[in-house]
Design a binder for this molecule. Structure first.
Ligand code: ATP
Length: 202
């Protein structure tokens, strides 16, 4: 099977930016956020199961999953949240691994915002954490999105702490500097991963 690097980091840390630099080297990306949307897309088994369980009111007038409504429902019902996780997590896991097996690059980067939180680090051969300070997470995210600092801070506090992520990382990429520095770091890691995937028994 393929050599998989799990890429993670907190909100606004630079996961997408880093992933795109690996993609520019020809490495296939498997993105957990995209897969999580695909498994509940129109016509999917996931959406069908959600509707049979929660009812047709979970659909928007366009026939898509009403995420806000579903979020609201599970927020006040932990057992329903658990039911949903039991449904979706295996589907997401299976689809991500299917995409990994289809990839033709030397190794694959799996981009997973909550890699450690959701135990997906068990699926990968190596973990890579994008590290930035909470101050920079806040300034870059508020600059990118239409959110205020306290909203970003709440999300930071809901995620695994910076020190815990660093302690669990096999590799760390520092994103306090400029994009040019980041690019050099990615190129060095890319060489390392080519080596590791070459000796990894396929
Ligand atoms: P999220 O988890 O919130 O989706 P992310 O970890 O994917 O975020 P990015 O979207 O890659 O993070 O980066 C957050 C913002 O910071 C983006 O607007 C990005 O362009 C910018 N950014 C990333 N790295 C740098 C850098 N080294 N210098 C300046 N801006 C950066």
């Amino acid at each position: 099977s393929k050599f998989i690097v799990g890429l993670t980091g907190g909100i606004g840390s630079g996961k997408t930016t880093v992933a795109n630099l690996f993609a520019a080297e020809g490495i296939t990306l498997v993105d957990a956020d995209i897969v999580a949307r695909d498994v509940v897309a129109q016509g999917s088994k996931g959406l069908e199961a959600i509707i049979s369980h929660f009812g047709i009111e979970m659909l928007t007038s366009e026939g898509e999953l009403d995420r806000a409504k579903l979020r609201q429902r599970i927020f006040s019902h932990p057992e329903e949240r658990e039911w949903l996780n039991q449904l979706l997590h295996p589907m997401i896991r299976q689809e991500m691994l299917a995409q990994v097996e289809k990839a033709t690059s030397a190794y694959v980067i799996m981009v997973v915002p909550l890699l450690f939180e959701n135990g997906l680090d068990r699926l990968v051969n190596r973990t890579l954490v994008v590290d930035i300070s909470p101050e920079l997470q806040i300034s870059r995210t508020t600059k990118r999105d239409n959110v205020d600092a306290s909203q970003v801070n709440n999300i930071i506090n809901s995620q695994l702490s910076r020190s815990e992520k660093l302690a669990r990382a096999d590799d760390i990429i520092d994103n306090h500097g400029e994009i040019s520095t980041l690019k050099r770091e990615v190129l060095a890691l890319h060489q390392r991963y080519l080596q590791l995937s070459g000796t990894h028994d396929a």
